[in-house]
Design a protein around this ligand. Structure first.
Ligand code: AMP
Ligand code: MG
Length: 344
């Protein structure tokens, strides 16, 4: 099938395609999503086929207003009201007990459904004009880095989907934060564009999945599947800043990793590397100042894709402290770094 390129003025056309059961990729503030009518089981199934995504991995429903929410959830707990009040529209997905309206293809057979209201004008207009919740995972081939631009979507899905709505690059650049509000206490299933610290300002009792030590089954993405990985090997550096940089020199001297190399790090670390004049040529991907926490994640996926296009074989990445956006970035990079070692 030929993938249509639609401009920002063509959301009505995009909405028509969705209502007819087609697939449309669209921009959001987190990453680009691959949308289908969330109440149409066949349309939802075609998302899994286009992405090559395991169908036991549930999808997020994207909504534009409160009425849509009430249609798809069985109940709205008080803590959810508070979180929505504080952070919607925005990069926060909430997991509710689902209503009968939600097909099991969306929830992958679970009794719950994940819902988000994106903070993006074009996405909201598309959902409104479609008149239904839109099921949308990230618009990449399964396992690849998430797309943060329309170009990235076309790299992975050209001729596999009906259309892509051409928007600007995503502002946040990391997927949404997922908090399960269907149980006794809110529980963080996946860190994302909204930090755990921000969530806890509103809901201090929020727990973190997997931190209980009870070895629970994987409930959020990437806990189970290959994820976020470029073709290049991703190597997470360790130790203090000096040790992290020394390791790159050693890798070069001893041939520990394949060249050419790239380094993805905050600007402060890149400045130290540049000042060292080690004589090793390497592509430098700056994530910006470490003090600009909110935008640190914005270019991570774009750089991983750029590395592949430039023929880079090893991307060394700085280890961030696992707090605020650093927690989200490390969550993704650890998975990207381990991807090559898994059997999948
Ligand atoms: P993606 O849009 O590719 O980031 O994937 C959405 C992710 O949301 C899935 O991989 C799920 O793990 C998570 N998710 C969706 N629905 C649920 C649910 N009902 N319970 C827990 N996690 C969910
Ligand atoms: Mg994804």
């Amino acid at each position: 099938m030929k993938t249509r390129r639609l401009t920002e003025d063509e959301t009505k056309t995009a909405a028509g395609i969705l209502r007819d059961g087609g697939l449309v990729a669209f921009p959001t503030e987190t990453v680009y999503g691959l949308g289908a009518d969330g109440l149409n089981p066949e349309a939802v199934m075609s998302i899994f086929a286009a992405k090559g995504r395991p169908s036991d991995n549930p999808l997020i429903l994207h909504i534009s207003d409160r009425r849509m929410l009430e249609r798809i959830v069985a109940e709205i707990p008080p803590v959810a009201e508070e979180l929505m009040q504080a952070f919607w529209p925005g990069p926060l997905t909430l997991v509710f007990r689902k209503s009968e309206a939600v097909p099991s293809e969306v929830s992958a057979g679970l009794a719950t459904v994940a819902v988000r209201m994106p903070d993006h004008e074009l996405a909201l207009r598309l959902i409104r004009e479609t008149g239904r919740p839109i099921a949308a995972p990230s618009a990449n081939r399964s396992g690849r880095p998430s797309p943060t631009s329309a170009d990235h979507v076309l790299q992975d899905l050209d001729d596999r989907i009906d259309a892509v709505l051409l928007g600007e690059p995503s502002e946040v650049g990391m997927e949404s934060t997922i908090v399960d509000v269907s149980g006794d206490k809110p529980c963080l299933l996946r860190p994302g564009g909204l930090t755990l610290e921000e969530v806890r300002r509103i809901a201090p009792e929020t727990t973190v999945a997997g931190s209980t030590g009870h070895g629970e089954a994987p409930r959020a993405p990437g806990m189970k599947y290959r994820h976020y990985a470029p073709d290049a090997e991703v190597v997470l550096l360790q130790g203090d800043l000096g040790q992290q940089l020394a390791f790159i020199d050693e890798a070069h001297r001893k041939g520990l990793h394949r060249e050419p190399f790239a380094l993805m790090a905050c600007q402060e670390m890149i400045d130290v590397w540049t000042g060292k004049e080690s004589g090793l040529e390497m592509t430098l991907f700056s994530l910006g100042s470490r003090h600009q926490d909110k935008t640190l994640g914005k270019n991570v996926y774009a750089y991983l894709r750029e590395a592949d296009q430039a023929g880079i074989r090893t991307v060394f990445v700085e280890s961030f402290k696992e707090e605020n956006m650093g927690r989200t970035i490390m969550n993704r990079l650890k998975k990207a770094a381990h991807a090559g070692k898994e059997s999948l």
